[in-house]
Design a protein around this ligand. Structure first.
Ligand SMILES: [Fe+2]
Ligand SMILES: [Fe+2]
Length: 199
């Protein structure tokens, strides 16, 4: 499915048991969702629906998409590194760095999917702050990994004479950088503060 097709699917109203009775903001309209969740406590039934829709959006639009993008980027990087090994501009170590990022991100997402998000869907609770603090620490590690990704790819800029594979690799790395940052922003700036207060 193309990126635009995925976004179109996600923009449809999320499934909720009696969604017709409730007004659910489009989770892609993050400004509206943020305003709503800032003004309503986790116990509020409408806020619970809204937070649930945002979690669904994060899972489908980011968790799943990263796990599709990383294997492609790793495969492209292995190809480029093998073909251009003798060239000064070759992005040495890129495939290995992407593989480490993918592995650690998969673990991070699994913790959100199996522990933190279910707690949030249940309305929060005392453990939620601890889980959020751990996820925020892992987000800081991801930011460091993205900084190194930009260094290895020279700010996602291939050399002038780069082949199509090399260009595609840089485009995909740039997409991963942009979407990982937006994914973490939704969690750090909107979802987590709703459940943990201003953190
Ligand atoms: Fe996440
Ligand atoms: Fe996260």
């Amino acid at each position: 499915m193309t990126e635009n097709a995925q976004i179109a699917v996600l923009n449809r109203a999320p499934a909720a048991p009696d969604a017709a009775k409730h007004f659910i903001l489009n989770p892609a309209d993050t400004g509206a969702v943020e305003s709503y969740l800032v003004l309503h406590a986790p116990g509020d039934p409408q806020a619970a629906l809204q937070a649930g829709a945002l979690i669904d959006h994060i899972l489908a639009r980011y968790h799943q998409v990263h796990m599709e993008d990383f294997p492609q980027a790793i495969a492209l990087a292995r190809k480029v590194e093998a073909v251009h090994v003798a060239e000064a501009e070759c992005p040495d170590g890129l495939a290995d760095h992407l593989a480490v990022m993918a592995d650690e991100l998969a673990g991070h997402q699994r913790k959100e999917e199996t522990a933190l998000f279910p707690m949030m869907r249940d309305g929060g609770g005392p453990m939620v702050r601890i889980a959020i603090a751990r996820m925020q620490a892992e987000h800081r590690d991801v930011v460091e990994q993205l900084t190194l990704l930009a260094v290895i790819t020279k700010d996602f800029t291939p050399p002038q004479e780069a082949c199509r594979t090399w260009r595609a690799l840089n485009q995909l790395c740039r997409k991963i950088d942009r979407e990982l940052r937006e994914h973490m922003r939704l969690e750090d700036a909107i979802l987590f503060p709703h459940f943990a207060g201003a953190v």
